[in-house]
Design a protein around this ligand. Sequence first.
Ligand SMILES: Nc1ncnc2c1ncn2[C@@H]1O[C@H](COP(=O)(O)OP(=O)(O)OP(=O)(O)O)[C@@H](O)[C@H]1O
Ligand SMILES: [Mg+2]
Length: 328
Amino acid sequence: MSDNIVEVKDLRVHFTLKSSLAQDAAGRRKKTVKAVDGISFEIKQGEILSLVGESGSGKTTTGKAILGLVPFEAEKMLFRGERINLKEKEYKRKFRQSAQMIYQDPYQSLNPRNQVIDIVTEPLVVNKLVESEEERLELGKEALERAGLTPGEDFFFRYPYELSGGQRQRVVIASSMIMGPSFVVADEPVSMLDASIRTGILKLMMDLRRENDLAYLFITHDLSLAWLISDRIAIMYLGKIMEMGDSEIIISSGKHPYTKALTDIMPKPGIKKEGPRKVLQGETPDPTDVIEGCKFCSRCPIKEEICSKEEPPMKEVEPGHFVACHKV
Ligand SMILES: Nc1ncnc2c1ncn2[C@@H]1O[C@H](COP(=O)(O)OP(=O)(O)OP(=O)(O)O)[C@@H](O)[C@H]1O
Ligand SMILES: [Mg+2]
């Protein structure tokens, strides 16, 4: 049996933007954003795959699609080797226990009117997994303490506004972990936190991974952070994966011109950069533009004629290292 916890093949999420009455009357076609446009990857049990890319590249949409939070099309979308079927009630209940999402802004993902103990134990209550109030408080205390909020009972009756940013993100993590998930989509989980707090939250996430053999899809625009924490990195641009492979390989010998542009401006401790840094020219195209050929073409420093005509296929250039570029 495969040790993949998640397997995605040719995932697509296209959003049709609502047109105004005036646009309808003028006979203009509805615009489509191809937020995710045919991507494939796997995540192994206990593995961290980081999705890295600039704003609007489709990272969050990818995470939401796996969790069934946006409509999608895919040739394959498997969780532990089974098709994700959220129409089936019993399957959905189990899936919701095993796969969780941690969002960027801990304040928005916490109900400001609820006390910490109710927030943290809500998944247990909704899924009818506690038999008494005593058991609920005990499990809540345990989850808070595992998330570094000790002693747990000191936090029970506080409201989110009474907590610091770091404590709020710990509450979010405690509530995500209380069901014992095996897969977590972490969407920029530390980007809103002060640098001094980030390390503690990342350490907590890594400890939980080790203790529970958790797999993460870790979403970030910060390549250095991805390098620090992940086993593998996938570089996204306009809904496509441009390159994917072991973190070390992507950072030290990425082959796609977009990866190279990103790694070139990345500070690497201990490695002195020779010559000037190459800054990527141009702007990301409008997401509703229809792009023939390679999505990166308009900004690519090494493009050739074929690049604007044919979309490059994903090639495995060495075992486990994939690149979508005509020139590689
Ligand atoms: N519900 C929606 N309706 C229409 N367009 C959407 C919707 N959700 C996302 N998009 C568009 O899809 C594209 C990808 O968005 P997404 O949020 O996945 O990007 P992202 O990589 O997570 O960006 P960021 O780093 O800013 O969070 C963007 O152009 C976005 O505007
Ligand atoms: Mg996002």
